[in-house]
Design a protein around this ligand. Structure first.
Ligand SMILES: *Cc1c(COP(=O)(O)O)cnc(C)c1O
Length: 355
């Protein structure tokens, strides 16, 4: 593990007075963590410094060829005031897998975790207290070589920034309406769908925008070849409940292996539900929903944890799931997982890292 130097900011920002209106990713804390990579030398110069701009050459490769990957996780405040992270090692391990696919260097995961720990401890007063709030953590890696020749960059920067975020649901879980995207695709097998790369988001923004204008809050992506099998929602994995059985698309290389997805599958089995990973035909999903066999659908991801789906639409067809409200399985999984994350329930799976 690298030594980490710490430079404290000498002019701390005003912290938000109202934790009820934090929103998502709008405010940033007083410090950030940085480290740099150079081929032949490895990761070096790990440091916590005041949050600030950093200069970038306009010819830096990330702007032109897009080697950029990121992660998203949260630090939670327990009711006794203590702080805890949820499965942070899994996020850094996933970042290394993203990096390997993008021709970027794998992370020095121990230094990244220690850097995160020191950064949060320094900015700990920024972790909000109100129920449902948290400190969102955004690790990012970008290519830094200057020049327009297409090659794997020899220099990279890794950084972590922190943002206090509000409760995703202010008045309890709320069902969303989702449009099944039938024109564009997000990722194909053999591509980069399983990585958390910036380009996957760039490719999805137009479709999200169109769906929003039609009154839907998210897009459900289908497979890139037949446009028939369910993949995932913008930044969430998808799960469907048939009575006491939960089914979800298997990790086929083009969907993101969500840590919430894995946690929900594990908890579901521990709570006595049957789980199945497979290939889900969207037309069967619609038929099952109409026939009442499919009783619930919900997304899983760090930001919302669980997001119940009230209606699904494909072209002119619309189906309501269950009674269009919050299904009992979604509610149970939400209560259990957030209970563990906020330290209200015991952590039987060793997911929590107290700070
Ligand atoms: C981050 C992300 C998810 C959710 O992953 P979690 O680890 O559960 O937060 C799902 N799909 C995509 C495309 C993502 O980028």
């Amino acid at each position: 593990m690298l030594d980490i130097t710490v430079t404290r900011s000498d002019h701390l920002k005003q912290k938000p007075a109202d934790e009820g209106s934090l929103g998502f990713g709008r405010l940033f804390t007083d410090h950030m963590f940085l480290m740099d990579y150079e081929a032949g030398r490895g990761w070096h110069s790990a440091r916590v410094v005041p949050y600030d701009n950093f200069p970038m050459d306009p010819a830096a490769m990330v702007f032109h060829y897009g080697q950029a990957i990121f992660e998203g996780m949260k630090c939670y405040r327990r009711s006794d005031g203590g702080l805890q992270l949820f499965r942070p090692r899994d996020n850094f391990a996933r970042m290394s897998r993203s990096a390997a696919r993008m021709g970027m260097p794998v992370l020095d995961e121990e230094t990244a975790l220690e850097g995160l720990r020191q950064l949060i401890l320094l900015d700990q007063d920024w972790v909000p207290h109100r129920d449902g709030t948290s400190l969102y953590i955004r690790p990012t890696m970008i290519s830094m070589d200057v020049g327009l020749g297409v090659h794997a960059s020899k220099t990279y920067r890794f950084f972590i920034i922190l943002s206090p975020v509000g409760a995703y649901y202010k008045e309890g879980l709320k069902p969303v309406s989702i449009y099944v995207e039938d024109e564009y695709v997000r990722a194909v097998r053999g591509g980069v769908g399983f990585t958390k790369c910036a380009g996957n988001y760039a490719a999805s923004i137009l479709a999200g925008d169109v769906a929003e204008k039609k009154g839907f809050s998210q897009v459900l992506w289908l497979d890139g070849v037949e446009q028939r099998y369910v993949e995932e929602v913008g930044s969430m994995n998808m799960m469907f409940a048939y009575g006491q059985k939960i089914v979800t698309p298997r990790l086929n290389g083009s969907i993101l292996p969500g840590i919430t997805r894995d946690s929900v599958l594990t908890l579901a089995r521990q709570l006595g539900y049957e789980t199945e990973e497979g290939r889900l035909d969207v037309h069967e999903i619609f038929a099952d929903a109409k026939a009442g066999r499919l009783t619930e659908a919900f997304g899983t991801g760090t930001a919302a944890v669980i997001s119940p789906v009230g209606t699904l639409a494909l072209k002119d067809e619309k189906v309501v799931l269950g009674d269009g409200g919050i299904g009992p399985i979604a509610q149970k999984l939400y209560d259990t997982l957030t209970g563990i994350q906020y330290g209200r329930l015991p952590d039987q799976n060793n997911w929590i890292l107290p700070l």
